[in-house]
Design a protein. Sequence first.
Length: 230
Amino acid sequence: MSEAQTGTVVTADEAEAQRRGLMLVLSSPSGAGKSTIARQLLEQESNLKLSISVTTRPRRSSEIDGVHYHFITRERFEQMRDRNELLEWAEVHGNYYGTPSDPVEEALSQGQDVLFDIDIQGTFQLYEAVRPDVVSVFILPPSIAEMKSRLHRRAEDTPDVIQRRLKTAVGEMKHWSKYDYVIVNEDLQRAYDGARSILRAERLRRERCPAIGTFIEGMVEDLRRETDGA
């Protein structure tokens, strides 16, 4: 017997409120503008929060524990890894980085969407762990010349580092077809609008809104009563 038949009424707003959250993954080669798009999404979308990773890297003076990262010991990280408490993890330049599973699952179960700014390997690990919850977007620069120009304009890296980032981009771009969506960031506003449209459309996906079925059953039952009594 459905909830509609037992007299329980579910409104459209209530059905939407019972939606399971999604994991919005943004990946890109350096210089594609991914971080800017991510920042704008977090500023404009109230139901979107950033996934905060754990890391064994020492905290920089400008960083705040619990805001930029959760800074933990190597021993603690390895415990989390061995207990399968991480959705994804990697070792980069001798330091561990990973995504704790419990905070993400808590957010998703409450209908909160979570933004991930991670690389390709991290994305593939999320696929293996929780593919139905993941919506992945690969962001590209409009050209290699523009990507190089952006990296130089940032003035954050030495020429050697920039060259290394460009070499890394070769391998990264080969995996574009494994992402759900691809955005070419030639115009930042248009690229941001595209990412926001993807997020809003994916929130309406039928599989994420199981309670909508109860809402529809209720309408069908009301309509049946009206037509039977006509």
